[in-house]
Design a protein around this ligand. Structure first.
Ligand code: AMP
Length: 185
């Protein structure tokens, strides 16, 4: 059973690696960012509510993303595992997820991968990506939000002995190989 959470700054390669691993393991890759972007594109009620926050690089309020994740983890395809990418992004979301998983599974064997990448590399990657929320000012804000709100999760999960750190500043293939080692161990 593979249940993984990807931590790591914007640009660390979470999305790419999560997608590759999910494919390898034939389990769903659940990206809250992707779900929000799709909702915004379709202008669903969720998308309309999220738009302003996402375009400014701020976090969307907990109640929106928590509900979204709770619903997604009720789908039948998560039975054999899942990879969460971009959630939780702050301590309040992590506690919510802890409780949710306690209700759902008797074993809570979830591993948390922290993809480590130096700041200058993150900036260069994000500027090269060209997503709507990837202009320099918004990128700076997203990195700030990451440091203030998401980085504390590293200690949160280290304290719970769930954390695994992987060097994200290697080729895509090298990172994938290390991650596969981690999930097989
Ligand atoms: P990502 O694709 O993970 O970089 O997410 C893009 C944007 O979606 C973020 O900058 C936030 O505005 C929003 N977002 C994604 N996941 C979350 C989350 N767990 N909590 C709050 N906002 C989120």
């Amino acid at each position: 059973m593979t249940r993984l959470i990807f931590l790591g700054a914007p640009g660390a390669g979470k999305g790419t690696q999560a997608q590759t691993l999910a494919h390898h393991r034939n389990i769903p890759h659940i990206s809250t960012g992707d779900i929000l972007r799709q909702a915004m594109q379709r202008q669903t009620p969720l998308g309309v509510k999220a738009q302003d926050y996402v375009s400014r690089g701020e976090l969307v309020p907990d109640e929106l993303v928590n509900d979204l994740v709770e619903e997604r983890l009720d789908e039948p395809d998560v039975e054999h595992g899942w990879i969460l990418d971009g959630f939780p992004r702050k301590v309040s979301q992590a506690s919510f997820l802890d409780e949710l998983l306690q209700q759902k599974h008797s074993d809570r064997n979830v591993r948390v991968i922290n993809l480590e990448v130096p700041d200058d590399v993150l900036m260069a990657r994000l500027l090269g990506r060209g997503r709507a929320d990837d202009n320099e000012e918004v990128i700076r804000r997203r990195l700030e939000v990451y440091r203030e709100q998401t980085a504390p999760l590293i200690d949160y999960y280290r304290d719970r002995q769930q954390l695994v750190c992987v060097n994200g500043n290697q080729s895509l293939e090298e990172v994938t190989a290390e991650l596969l080692d981690v999930i097989d161990s």
